[in-house]
Design a protein around this ligand. Structure first.
Ligand code: C2O
Length: 523
């Protein structure tokens, strides 16, 4: 195989063909591998895999959560060039959105940029609505996979989540900078992970009548001074702000540290050519929570069957706060790598995954995941702000409570969860016998827009919730939710027990669950 450095992204020529005709160069390289013998290929089925690639030529209508079809397609692209960032140094710093007052120059500048984007012709791919539609097309069925016309292409729910959104913001930011004629312009980040940022930042709620950063399609109960609940699920908290902040910090600790031990935990599962995103069940920890939660918490629910703007993926990019939300998600990637010892995948199918965007000059470019791994090469960095959750590890509640009665999962599942239930889940073998981590799996969760919840994030025993941002794939979704529990059981001092009591609590209407079990980490 060619070294990564030699591997050029796939480009499309004028007539829309790839330079090698129907044969992707990577497939050719893999094909040559076959000469070494069928046995080794059989031993490694992934040798045939290739990155999942969107079929940019064939954009079709996307689907809203209520089934309505919507055209999110960008203008047809004829001459797509490969883009590799050349910046060797940082020229712009993304600052925390809370630091900007509504009389700051930055606020005026950012408003100007968005206003200009909104005023561009609707045929200009840099137009604000067109930019929002880029997100819609990439996640609600606008594209199928190249070579697999029956499979939808999707940038959520897998290892594409972080890099795709990084590139998306990169070009959005470049477009702003270009319209302002100011290369130092950087997007703000909404640091919902810090107590100072746990409200919608003022610059997004100021001046409803005139500000292009204002969006009326937000949950009216969640405007400042309401403190965000990073564990929210279509129901509001009954705790005071101080407790809410504590709870949010613990949730951050859990998601960034306890539940992000491996690359797959953090980024999500591999998504390759031929994988079906609907059954992949591959979202990483941060994507699930708080990313999804911040979406649903911010968006409106005026029509429960069709949330809009931040509340649903097809429309999320229409709220300017989307880009500040995702700048913070992107910042989590940096924190995981630089402060928590995480590392990027080295899998060539990840590195060679390509996306197509329109750049600041309205020209279509193709970009590679492998070229966005270092933000300084993309010319930006983040303001260095304190990270309060680093020592907000959840604590154990008073022990020795009498156990509620609990049944064997086999007698209970499948069931529709209408009220909280307890099940006693047998551990396959106790932790400590070997290094494999124990994973609690909630199997076959079927939902429309529901979630599962128990206890609160500030307690060790609380594993997390299941939260989903409505998609428009028009399919009933069935998924699993996995939680790492080795450290949790240790912290609770119950490492020697043979079974674990699991409580499932439905937060918003009935939810079907097919089983609960404990298995060992296979990675
Ligand atoms: Cu592409 Cu926050 O979603």
């Amino acid at each position: 195989m060619a070294k990564d450095g030699e591997q050029k992204p796939e480009t499309t020529t004028k007539n829309g063909e790839t330079p090698l005709g129907k044969f992707d160069r990577r497939n050719l390289l893999v094909g040559l591998g076959g000469l070494y013998g069928a046995a080794s290929l059989a031993a490694n089925p992934l040798a045939f895999a290739a990155p999942a690639t969107p079929d940019f030529k064939d954009c079709v209508n996307a689907t809203e959560p209520n089934g309505t079809s919507i055209n999110c397609c960008p203008p047809a692209a004829s001459n797509i060039t490969a883009y590799v960032p050349s910046a060797a140094c940082v020229s712009r710093t993304r600052m925390s959105a809370q630091t900007f007052t509504t009389d700051s120059n930055y606020y005026r500048k950012y408003m100007k940029a968005i206003e200009k984007m909104k005023k561009l012709k609707s045929t200009d791919p840099r137009n604000f609505t067109e930019q929002a539609n880029v997100h819609c097309a990439y996640c609600d069925g606008g594209y199928t996979q190249q070579g697999n016309p029956n499979l939808l292409y999707e940038i959520h729910g897998s290892w594409l989540f972080f890099p795709w959104h990084r590139w998306y913001l990169y070009f959005f930011e470049k477009i702003c900078a270009n319209l302002l004629d100011d290369d130092s312009f950087a997007l703000p980040f909404w640091n919902w992970d810090d107590p100072t940022g746990m409200k919608i930042p003022n610059i997004f709620v100021n001046d409803p009548d005139k500000s292009p950063l204002y969006d009326s399609n937000r949950n009216p109960d969640h405007l400042p001074p309401t403190v965000i609940n990073l564990d929210w699920s279509y129901g509001d908290p009954t705790v005071d702000d101080k407790q809410q902040i504590k709870s949010n910090l613990s949730l951050m600790y859990t998601q960034m540290i306890t539940q992000s031990k491996t690359q797959t935990d953090f980024f999500g599962k591999a998504y390759r050519s031929g994988d079906d995103i609907v059954t992949l069940d591959g979202a990483g920890s941060i994507e699930l929570s708080p990313h999804n939660v911040v979406h649903s918490w911010t968006g409106t629910m005026t029509d429960p069957n069709n949330p809009i703007d931040m509340g649903a993926l097809y429309s999320a990019g229409r709220d300017p706060i989307f880009y500040a939300h995702h700048a913070n998600v992107d910042r989590m990637w940096n924190i995981w790598l630089n402060q928590l010892g995480g590392t990027n995948f080295t899998d060539s199918d990840w590195l060679n995954s390509t996306f197509i965007f329109y750049n600041e000059e309205a020209k279509p470019v193709s970009v590679r995941v492998g070229d966005c791994l270092d933000n300084t090469k993309l010319g930006y960095t983040y303001e260095d702000v304190p990270i309060a959750w680093l020592d907000a590890k959840p604590t154990a509640r008073a022990k020795a409570r009498t156990l509620p009665s609990a049944r064997d999962p086999a007698q209970v599942f499948p069931t529709t969860l209408e009220k909280a239930i307890n099940v006693l889940v047998k551990r396959p073998k106790k932790s400590g016998s070997g290094s494999a981590e124990e994973i609690l799996v909630i199997e076959g969760i079927e939902y429309d827009k529901d979630d599962v919840n128990a206890s609160r994030p500030e307690y060790t025993e609380y594993l997390g919730n299941f939260s989903n941002v409505p998609h428009g794939h028009g399919m009933k979704v069935k998924t699993n939710r996995r939680f790492r529990i080795t450290e949790v059981l240790k912290d609770l001092g119950v490492n020697n027990y043979e079974s674990v009591l699991v409580t499932l609590v439905p937060k918003s209407g009935p939810l079907k669950i097919n089983g609960v079990k404990i298995e060992f980490d296979s990675s």
